[in-house]
Design a protein around this ligand. Structure first.
Ligand SMILES: NC(=O)c1ccc[n+]([C@@H]2O[C@H](COP(=O)([O-])OP(=O)(O)OC[C@H]3O[C@@H](n4cnc5c(N)ncnc54)[C@H](OP(=O)(O)O)[C@@H]3O)[C@@H](O)[C@H]2O)c1
Length: 359
């Protein structure tokens, strides 16, 4: 079968190769999924660049005096290893279960269309994937293939950030950077539905009209407008109770200045690649907080019951269109390098998908 593989961390996505590898066999409790579609997400590029691996090398539980560890883990218990290439890429996707190992759950999924998540070493950018039956979510007919391919990463993150991490209440302000992203638009729709207010920060006007149409209360274009002055005007000088940032650098520093008393900024991405440099007193005076978020580590800390409830809620909102994401281009797996280049271009209005096999 064809698989999009990486042989070493690289800054050049042209190094991704489509190779022929053996079709995998499902073990007990597993299913084999014939993949249909998979998105190109920013997290996929992190697996190309080695961003997760180098960040984990700096974390205390991977610390070894005087050494840079080659083997690093996502968790202090060292159960979840961060893989290194060679590996197959792709963080999530949708497909049809064609074969199963032993077990009731696996057998029950046979012939069903499922959304799966799980990146390298055996990622989703291949013709077939093995998934744990417990973690494959059957899709109902009202969720189209292309939307089902994006069921996990952004919808779950948007939901958990708003409902579980920030616990945003009706009427409160949420300030969000990269608001034209798939995740940003989902937060805006959640605001419209749940009654919280959104201030969308974008670096150009490409997505501004769409954000307003989705229900954004305000849009700030940082290429033309002053962030602090606009947030002051919009919030009547009070600042935002909540902020979400996936850019980092100077913009994240500025977002902290826009927080109101007891406000919180959650950092969940680093798209600019530039570190934050926040004066301590910008946090002290407003008694503000900055916290980090990484979906897989959040999920790993939840009980099975909590996970089930969260997935059910996300599926319900997906069926209602809250997480709808426009698809701007679809590439065959053979053109994975072009797909990654298209996904890396500024000014997109939607996602780039890979078509992994015929429907
Ligand atoms: N922590 C987690 O567990 C987790 C989970 C899911 C997603 N995420 C993160 O969430 C973020 C959004 O993901 P997505 O899939 O929704 O993204 P997306 O749809 O691919 O969109 C990316 C957006 O980022 C903007 N952008 C990129 N580089 C920028 C820069 N240097 N300055 C300002 N804006 C920039 C783009 O703006 P233009 O339109 O102007 O080009 C675009 O709107 C990513 O950082 C992703 O890694 C994190």
């Amino acid at each position: 079968m064809k698989s999009a593989r990486l042989h070493a961390f690289t800054q050049n996505p042209a190094d991704i190769r489509v190779e022929d590898i053996a079709v995998p066999e499902p073990g007990p409790g597993q299913v084999r999924v014939r993949m249909l579609f998979s998105p190109v997400n920013p997290s996929d590029l992190n697996f190309v660049h080695g961003t997760y691996h180098s960040a984990l090398q700096r974390i205390i539980w991977n610390y070894t005096p005087g050494q840079k560890q080659a083997e690093v883990y996502y968790d202090p218990a060292r159960r979840n290893k961060c893989p290194v290439p060679p590996y197959s890429l792709g963080g999530e996707g949708v497909g049809v279960v064609e074969a199963c190992g032993s077990g009731f759950l696996a057998r029950r999924l046979l012939g069903k269309r499922v959304a799966i998540a799980g990146g390298p070493p055996a990622g989703c950018w291949q013709e077939y994937c093995i998934a744990d039956a417990k973690k494959a979510v059957a899709m109902t007919d009202d969720i189209p293939d292309q939307q089902a391919a994006m069921f996990f990463i952004n919808p779950l993150t948007a939901y958990v950030l708003i409902r579980e991490v920030l616990r945003v209440r009706k009427g409160q302000w949420v300030l969000l950077s990269a608001a034209g992203s798939a995740l940003g638009k989902s937060v805006v729709r959640m605001g419209q539905r749940d009654g919280f207010k959104t201030i969308c920060v974008v670096r150009s006007s490409t997505n501004s009209d769409e954000l307003r149409a989705l229900g954004a209360d305000a849009v700030i274009e940082t290429d033309k407008q002053d962030l602090l002055a606009e947030v002051f005007r919009i919030t009547g000088g009070q600042g935002a109770r909540h902020a979400l940032d996936c850019i980092g650098g100077k913009l994240a520093d500025d977002l902290v200045q826009c927080l109101g008393l007891d406000g919180q900024l959650v950092v969940y991405g680093t798209l600019s690649g530039t570190p934050m440099q926040i004066p301590g007193r910008d946090l002290m005076m407003p008694v503000a907080r900055i916290s980090g978020f990484f979906l897989s580590n959040w999920l790993a800390q939840q009980s099975p019951l909590k996970l089930l409830g969260t997935l059910r809620a996300v599926k319900q909102l997906t069926r209602q269109g809250v997480f709808h994401t426009e698809v701007t281009e679809v590439f065959p797996l053979e053109q994975v390098v072009d797909a990654v280049a298209a996904a890396s271009k500024p000014g997109r209005t939607g996602k780039v998908l890979l078509r992994l096999s015929a429907g």
